[in-house]
Design a protein around this ligand. Structure first.
Ligand code: SF4
Length: 244
């Protein structure tokens, strides 16, 4: 998996941030995650190797962008335009941006954004009903070529149905990881899957999280099995025409 983190650090903004992995990891080294700082690899997409080819390449073409912050955080306003220019120049790559700050989208896009850059997917995270009701109307109205709704960490039942149509490429669902992980109820996962089925939207169960509740019983799932257990559930919907 290829990633590009132009800056590091973030501020908690909603319930999904309570056990933020950036804070968790930095905390181990006594680092203050609330300070947003530009990284040395800020211009990674344009960096060249000795043979003059790009350093940043990826077999699948996808670059996960700004995983140790939020791309739309206020502190990065001065730096973002340069990032858009780099993204535009690297049209051979596809940039995935996952955000909890979609409300800042319209003030953060470049002048030539138009209907959206073809090589950018913006994923909107909604962890509970409150976040969905605030963020998804904004997300739905935004000019973005590729949209993915990310319900991770899933903290409760969510009604996504008003926002699901063929403008959404996928809904991804997952539980929370880490020692403080909150419970993810499998019935919430299945409920979102049903909504996706009804709306013919692809669905992906990304990971179980560390504490999965199923049929009233709580399962503690070690980190190394959280992805494979979700895959084992076999509930992904790829071909929406054949969804059941
Ligand atoms: S928005 Fe993301 S990176 Fe920022 S505090 Fe919340 S979970 Fe962490």
């Amino acid at each position: 998996m290829s990633s590009w983190n132009p800056w590091h650090g973030c501020r908690r903004i909603s319930a999904g941030c309570a056990n933020c992995y950036v804070y968790g990891r930095d905390g181990k080294y006594g680092k203050d995650s609330s300070q947003v700082v530009k990284n040395a690899d800020f211009d990674l997409p344009l960096k060249l190797k000795k043979d003059k080819t790009y350093k940043l390449t990826t077999e699948e073409g996808i670059v996960y962008t700004c995983l140790t912050s939020d791309f739309f955080i206020e502190e990065a306003d001065e730096w973002r335009e340069e990032c858009w220019q780099m993204i535009k120049r690297r049209f051979d790559l596809h940039f995935f941006i996952i955000t909890k700050r979609i409300h800042r989208f319209s003030e953060c896009i470049p002048q030539d954004w138009g209907e959206g850059y073809l090589n950018v997917t913006i994923c909107c995270t909604v962890e509970n009903e409150e976040a969905a009701r605030f963020r998804l109307p904004i997300y739905k109205a935004a000019n973005i070529k590729q949209k993915i709704i990310v319900c991770e960490p899933l903290l409760g039942k969510i009604d996504l149905s008003p926002y699901l149509d063929n403008t959404i490429s996928q809904v991804t669902v997952g539980g929370e990881s880490g020692p403080q992980a909150r419970i993810c109820d499998y019935s919430w996962v299945l409920d979102i899957r049903r909504q996706c089925t009804d709306a013919c939207v692809p669905f992906h169960f990304h990971q179980t999280g560390a504490r999965l509740k199923k049929d009233g019983k709580i399962y503690i799932i070690p980190r190394k099995y959280q992805h494979s257990q979700a895959e084992k559930a076999g509930i992904d919907i790829k071909n929406t025409k054949k969804a059941e």
